[in-house]
Design a protein around this ligand. Structure first.
Ligand code: PLP
Length: 465
């Protein structure tokens, strides 16, 4: 399998190189040259497989050749054994044809574990074989940092540096990052805001000379193709459990960077009967605006009760644009230039194609609280604020009540106790047993000034040999 850049001017790469690449050299994102396609019979034959066995079948064509089958099987079994539910991604019914797929049984209680547990293991496997070492650098305002650290904690060939804005992430989220022991793990609390952290990461990827011995940086945000690939699996998992492929299924996805829902789009392209994908957004509704009006533009960031969806740009939307514009990289490059300068109006055809599959719905903080309270009152089921947005959107946007609608539950409610409290639910969401002592664990982090040179010097001085 070869991978192409969405902007058409970077060389095609193998899976192995895409895993290590991050952004393409032309600023684009990598996508597979062609999607593997499963026939109806082939999908039927996947019924009843364990989660890791299903993952192997779905992922193998994307990796083809980079990891031998037996090794891939071992990696996937190891990866999903750390999830604390026998089904890995269990489905819970909340109403007639309303389902929630719980993606929060991994080590950090958010769906990002599905991809980052795999990414860490694949990286280490491939680096070991190549005799190389790399450095992960990322900025986080919440869930990505802890999931990346957990995914890499046992990697011998990876040193990881996660920047967070000092004093500006929630205590649960900070502790999930800073209490993980490990020699190659570094939490940097930067005296600045999230944008400062992200700007330093961007600058460092652009000029990596500060790293000794020719080491390179690897990205762990959802521009990394391997993350999207891992997420395709649970769309198959849900559809198979609900009667697929003999019956279509719809999904509602709490969306920020468009990575998670893009995996659902790929599953459909691989032959899974997905009839509808609902983009659920909070007040930072760039994708709802583009689907409603065709105008893709940037608005100021507003803090919400669902911080993991607080974005102004949805980077993975570029991957969809690539398909909507006939996989013409030059056109996409032009659109993204115009977007950087202000705004883009999608063509009528592109918008019509997007709307054929995607719907969108925006939910503000009051709507989020109302959904948490309403679902608790109806079913005594606790939602986290991101999932609440997904469920509210699922109800509002469903096109066909006869089709099962699956909302992706992207985080455990105990990660966001403030939102649950604000919704007026009397039950305090409890952390699962493996995190029950989170508030007693020792934290390790280094406070650094909001200064690129200080951060880079710290990194260079603290790499393992
Ligand atoms: C990251 C995250 C999202 C958004 O996912 P994207 O792939 O960026 O669209 C939604 N909910 C939670 C809890 C998250 O951590």
């Amino acid at each position: 399998m070869r991978y192409l850049s969405t902007r058409g001017a970077a060389p095609a790469l193998s899976f192995e190189d895409v895993l290590l690449a991050g952004l393409a050299s032309d600023g684009g994102l990598y996508v597979p040259e062609t999607l593997p396609r499963f026939s109806r019979d082939e999908i039927t034959a996947l019924r009843g497989l364990s989660y890791p066995a299903l993952a192997e079948r779905v992922i193998a064509p994307f990796i083809a050749g980079a990891v031998p089958e037996d090794d891939l099987r071992t990696i996937l079994e190891d990866c999903y054994a750390v999830f604390r539910h026998g089904a890995v991604a269990p489905l819970v019914q909340l109403g007639p044809n309303q389902w929630v797929m719980e993606l929060f049984h991994g080590p950090t209680l958010a769906f990002k574990d599905f991809a980052l547990q795999l990414l860490g293991r694949l990286l280490d496997y491939i680096l070991e074989r190549r005799g190389e070492k790399v450095v992960i650098m990322g900025a986080t305002s919440g869930d990505t940092g802890s999931a990346a650290i957990e995914g890499c904690r046992r990697c011998e060939n990876v040193d990881i540096f996660i920047l967070h804005p000092h004093g500006r992430v929630s205590e649960v989220q900070r502790r999930q990052m800073t209490t993980v022991p490990g020699e190659g793990i570094h939490n940097l609390a930067v005296e600045g805001n999230f944008d400062d952290c992200q700007a330093m990461v961007k600058a460092s990827f652009g000029a990596q000379g500060f790293l000794p011995d020719g080491r390179r940086l690897v990205a762990v945000n959802s521009i990394n193709w391997a993350r999207i690939m891992a997420q395709v699996v649970y769309y198959f998992h849900a559809a198979l459990a609900l009667g697929g492929p003999d019956r279509p299924v719809a999904f509602s996805v709490p969306t920020g960077n468009f990575g998670d829902i893009f995996a659902g789009y790929l599953a459909r392209g691989m032959g899974l009967p997905v009839s509808q994908l609902v983009i659920a957004t909070n007040r930072n509704d760039v994708l709802h605006r583009v689907l409603t009006s065709g105008l893709y533009d940037r608005q100021p960031l507003e803090a919400s009760l669902s911080p993991s969806m607080d974005i102004t740009v949805s980077s993975n939307f570029e991957r969809l644009l690539f398909d909507l514009y006939g996989r013409d990289g030059e056109t996409v490059a032009g659109l993204m230039r115009a977007f950087d300068d202000g705004q883009v109006q999608l063509s009528r055809n592109a918008l019509a194609d997007a709307r054929a599959l995607f719907s969108s719905h925006r939910v503000d903080d009051d709507g989020t609280c109302a959904e948490i309270a309403g679902t608790w009152a109806a079913s005594e089921y606790l939602l986290d604020p991101h999932t609440a947005i997904g469920l509210a959107a699922a109800r509002a946007a469903s096109r066909d009540p006869a089709v099962p609608m699956v909302t992706l539950a992207t985080a455990h409610p105990a990660k966001f106790p403030d939102a649950v409290r604000r919704a007026g639910v009397e039950r305090e969401p409890a952390l699962p047993a493996h995190l029950a002592d989170l508030y007693d664990r020792e934290e390790r982090y280094t406070v650094l000034p909001n200064d690129l040179a200080a951060v880079q010097t710290f990194m260079a001085d603290n790499l393992r040999a």
